[in-house]
Ligand binder design. Structure first.
Ligand code: UGA
Length: 477
């Protein structure tokens, strides 16, 4: 078992420190942010991540994991992982200054032969550049790139059961040493050069973002031609060459990674004379999703005096309290600027959201957010929103528009209850009274055609029925 240090107690740093200590290593996690450190000292995690608290405290108690604000605690660590943020600069490039600061801070305390392991997502060439720093060469320190592919919300599981562990090294010995740290995990190890490891991380995130943007484009086509995007995604996802993941249409991708990484990859490419029309379109398509949603909500409350829109879900995805890049907050801002009052609920992200957009009226109960609202935006698919008492909500809301930004709710049921249900490319869009307000241009439904309902071809009540597609202005066009 090795002694190692992890610099940074953010999402990646905390999960890395906890999971490596769970693998049996002795880990010191260095965090210079006093607030985070004192929260950890008081037994509180600064983030909400399922399963992480248990893992952290278990390993703290076992004496394998400790936290400190002092770089001197790196002491005898043979490996120092760097897991600090690389935020987006104004021009889209990644700001690596925290990584470089961490390197400079650790060098005086590191022994010759120490291996710096870069977990932060850094532009291609960063690890090579660090390895070439005079201070690093003088201290005889190795640099290895070891990108992380964990997702927030499932980070612990992703770390402990990874699809692969990527080790980018310039020497075989360093690659072998870092590989051994992961010996307790059952995962293929991919040993490559540092630049390929760095580029692979950006490529993975950009490709996932591309799939989502592509399906969002398809969702608009589905709406226009009266098809169902969920069914389309299910069908194409069954192709083993394509696979089912990351094909869900909706408000688009948020978070701290996809937006910044798509821009940073484009920026690296531009710096090397490579045009990136695909990446640019992927980014733009994503931005448009929010604008479309805001426009549709504005239209739906256009004639109402003192309109109120309720938003359910503020985290950029379920199972996290992170609101960075949250589509919900972006839309709240757009609505607010147009004079619409916004009320919002989220089971975990209220405090973080309040710091970013203080103008919103935050409620700790979803029903209270919906009471008297003219329209609802479902922005994050927290499971509890699927089981709300929608009949009661129909009574208490002033308006009847629901925009399901994650294609998550039971559109058939909501339409039956009298809501106007809008989604991103689902066939079950309704004007709330069961009738299409305009002629179905495509004529009768194709034989055997059923509405969206979770993919089994029946309504929630078990009968196979047909709901006119694309009614009420057909979704969010
Ligand atoms: C992403 C990657 O999935 C991780 O592999 C990577 O390690 C991480 O970034 C990172 O670079 O640190 P994360 O941002 O935590 O992870 O979240 P994802 O699960 O990838 O979701 C990103 C966004 O895409 C969310 O807003 C989610 O709602 C949206 N999404 C996801 C869709 O709109 N449709 C989908 O089908 C899937």
């Amino acid at each position: 078992m090795a002694r190692l240090a992890v610099i940074g107690a953010g999402y990646v740093g905390l999960v890395t420190a906890a999971c490596l200590s769970e693998c049996g290593h002795r880990v010191t996690c260095i965090e210079v942010d006093e607030r985070k450190l004192s929260a950890l000292g008081a037994g509180e995690l600064p983030i909400h991540e399922p399963g992480l608290a248990e893992l952290v405290w278990k390993n703290v108690v076992a004496g394998r994991l400790q936290f400190s604000g002092d770089y001197a605690q790196i002491g005898e660590s043979a490996f120092v992982f760097i897991a600090v943020p690389t935020p987006c600069r104004e021009n889209g490039s990644a700001d690596t200054s925290y990584v470089l600061q961490a390197v400079e801070s650790l060098i005086p305390h590191a022994n010759p032969g120490t291996i710096i392991v870069i977990k932060s997502t850094v532009p291609v060439g960063t690890a090579d550049a660090i390895a070439g720093l005079q201070s690093v060469l003088n201290a005889r320190i190795e640099v290895v790139s070891n990108p992380e592919f964990m997702r927030q919300g499932t980070a612990v599981q992703d770390f402990l059961q990874p699809d692969r562990v990527v080790v980018g090294a310039s020497s075989l010995q360093a690659a072998v040493d870092v590989t051994r740290l992961y010996g307790a995990l059952e995962a293929p190890i991919v040993a490559v050069d540092r630049r390929s490891a760095e580029l692979a991380k950006y490529t993975a995130n950009a490709l996932l973002a591309t799939r989502i943007s592509f399906m969002n484009e398809i969702s608009h086509i589905a709406t226009a031609v009266h098809a169902d995007v969920d069914d389309v995604a299910r069908i194409v996802g069954m192709d083993r060459r394509i696979g089912p993941a990351f094909l869900r249409a909706g408000l688009g991708w948020g978070g701290s990674c996809f937006p910044k990484d798509v821009l940073a990859l484009s920026s690296v490419a531009a710096g090397n004379g490579c045009p990136t029309p695909i990446l640019e379109a992927v980014y733009e398509t994503n931005e448009h999703q929010r604008e479309r949603a805001a426009r549709l909500l504005l239209d739906s409350v256009g004639s109402v005096q003192d309109p109120v829109v309720a938003i359910l879900g503020l985290a950029f995805k379920p199972n996290t309290d992170d609101v960075r890049g949250s589509p919900a907050l972006g839309i709240a801002q757009l609505l607010f600027e147009e004079g619409v009052a916004v009320r919002a609920h989220d089971p975990f992200a209220l405090a973080n959201a309040r710091q970013v957009v203080p103008e919103v009226d935050y409620r700790s109960d979803p029903y209270s957010a919906l009471d008297g609202a003219d329209a609802l935006l479902l922005a994050t698919e927290w499971p509890e929103y699927g089981t709300l008492d929608w009949a009661m909500v129909r009574e208490t809301m002033r308006g009847k528009t629901i925009l399901d930004g994650r294609n998550f709710l039971d559109g058939v049921l909501l339409a039956e209850l009298g809501f106007r249900y809008w989604s991103f490319g689902r066939a079950t869009q309704s004007n709330g009274n069961g009738a299409a307000p305009h002629d179905d241009k495509l004529g009768s439904p194709p034989p055997g055609r059923t509405p969206q309902n979770g993919g089994n071809g029946t309504t929630p009540h078990g009968e196979a029925t047909w709901t006119p597609p694309g009614v009420w202005g057909a979704g969010v066009e």
